[in-house]
Design a protein around this ligand. Structure first.
Ligand code: G6P
Length: 491
């Protein structure tokens, strides 16, 4: 990562995401502090731009108050203020009550409300205006994720000098599902304002190109979408392609080698009663993650006598997420009732089969948990990538441990040596969990080696290099057109 400073070709980099990489939290006593933001976006992107340096525009996670820009290392963070109503209608509403379920295979029912859509537009406008203000001439603006899909077109209109890159961290839905959205044309046109549009999986990029053609009258040649002129706006081309995201594998490996982290892993095993098999689940508490399916399979394995309750423990870390959105409240209730029932029915004095932790942990503690776990269960019903799977693999330099991985996670495209499952198939899931629990050491090592190769071959630095390489090529092409083919040094 240290060698990456040339990745933007000397241009300023402006990051734009709904959340800043740090979140401001107001405690009950009114005091305030900053902590790392939840989710895969920040986990993956921050180590890159920390090195590159950037302006990062986003929401600080609290409603109301204005916060002045501030610096963290080489990043200048510029907070956007959202009012209570904007949080309710743009963030909880349109982003997480409409787009999130729509883009995740309608696992929960998306709600379509015109007021939410209005608010989504006005907040996207605020982000775009702020970028237009902050970005220097010829900068690269990198817009992230589903909360900000209208920003690229707004920016293109306001600032034709910028190179606009978009990356979608979550899946893009198949055309027939996307078609439900009452504002499908506007969203497609919003995204088509970009010069490069990155997706996690090949399938996502294919779906988007189909949708661009159908609702944006923008056909593709290969990975290149040809966008027609609209009003004053001239036509242009946009690259729409998969760039599977990753982690800073070496950084995780380094933590995993520290003696105090190894000692902590042993301590965790001991605290859990030194069971034969420790299984681990690590997720935001989200209905896309398949936590209910996982618990069902685990419970049935104990009921069937296939897993001895005293010998197997499932540690489920569920970090709090979007707690005011109804589907998330419902999920939390379901999960907590189920965990209570499993422990009540299958536990004994001093032993509960499920160790449920509703909170988030530091990176060090996560690595200790990865080292303590014999089996990692990653069973989402749909997931853009799932970096937890990659983190586990990066930490297991000892070539031990088994990964059960849903084929509906983006990571399944790369981690072919995992035990791949369809989480809807409870019998299949049970069989994979058992197989993982009983996997011979040689097989663990063989599979882990294959998976480690995949994670190291495409770590986050490679990802950023590929993606920003494509963005720089677009920027160069733009400079050429704008200077009428003359090549001029970039200021
Ligand atoms: C996922 C999304 C991110 C989001 C994160 C946390 O990783 O792709 O855009 O920030 O979840 O969710 P939250 O709603 O708390 O920002």
């Amino acid at each position: 990562i240290a060698e990456m400073t040339h990745m933007t070709g000397g241009r300023e980099l402006v990051m734009v995401s709904n959340r800043l990489p740090v979140d401001r939290v107001t405690l009950e006593d009114g005091s305030m502090h900053w902590r790392a933001s939840p989710g895969g976006l920040v986990t993956a992107v921050e180590p890159i731009v920390e090195q590159l340096g950037c302006v990062w525009i986003g929401w600080a996670g609290d409603a109301g108050e204005e916060i002045e820009p501030f610096e963290v290392g080489r990043m200048r963070l510029a907070p956007i203020t959202l009012s209570i109503d904007e949080v309710a209608e743009y963030y909880e509403g349109f982003s997480n009550g409409t787009l999130w379920p729509l883009y995740h295979d309608v696992i929960a029912k998306p709600e379509y409300h015109r007021e939410w859509w209005d608010r989504y537009q006005s907040v996207n406008r605020r982000f775009a205006d702020r970028v237009a203000q902050e970005a220097s001439h010829g900068a690269i603006v990198w817009v992230h994720d589903y909360q900000l899909q209208l920003v690229p077109a707004m920016l293109r209109e306001a600032r034709p000098d910028l190179t606009i890159a978009f990356f979608l961290h979550i899946p893009f839905p198949p055309r027939r599902i996307f078609a439900q959205l009452p504002w499908r044309r506007q969203l497609v046109e919003g995204l088509l304002g970009s010069d490069v549009i990155g997706f996690q999986r090949v399938a996502d990029a294919i779906s988007f190109r189909a949708v661009a053609e159908r609702y944006g009258t923008a056909p593709s040649i290969g990975n290149t979408i040809v966008t027609p002129a609209r009003g004053e706006q001239p036509g242009h081309t946009a690259l729409a392609q998969e760039f599977p995201i990753s982690i800073d594998a070496a950084a995780f490996a380094k933590i995993a080698e520290q003696p105090e982290i190894r000692a902590r892993a042993l301590q965790i095993r001991q605290d859990l009663g030194n069971p034969k098999t420790i299984m681990l689940g690590v997720d935001r508490l989200d209905y896309t993650k398949g936590i209910r399916h996982r618990l069902k399979a685990f419970d049935e394995l104990i009921a069937d006598g296939e897993l001895e309750p005293a010998e197997a423990v499932l540690v489920q870390v569920a970090s709090p997420s979007r707690e005011r959105v109804e589907a998330y409240r419902q999920l939390r209730d379901d999960v907590e009732v189920t965990v209570g029932r499993i422990n009540g029915e299958r536990g004994s004095i001093g032993h509960s089969p499920v160790n449920y932790l509703h909170r988030s942990f530091t990176k060090d503690e996560m690595v200790a948990l990865y080292l303590a776990a014999d089996v990692l269960l990653v069973t989402p019903l749909r997931d853009g990538m799932n970096l937890v799977a990659k983190e586990y693999v990066a930490c297991r330099g000892d070539e031990r441990g088994a990964l059960v991985l849903s084929e509906f996670a983006g990571a399944a495209d790369e981690l072919r040596d995992a035990l791949l499952v369809n989480p809807h198939d409870i019998e299949g899931l049970k069989a994979a969990i058992l197989r993982a629990a009983h996997m011979p050491e040689r097989e663990q090592a063989r599979r882990m080696r294959g998976m480690r190769r995949a994670v190291y071959n495409n770590d986050v630095a490679h990802w950023a290099q590929n993606y920003l390489g494509a963005v720089c090529a677009a920027a160069d092409a733009k400079t050429q057109t704008q200077t009428g083919g003359r090549t001029e040094p970039i200021q």
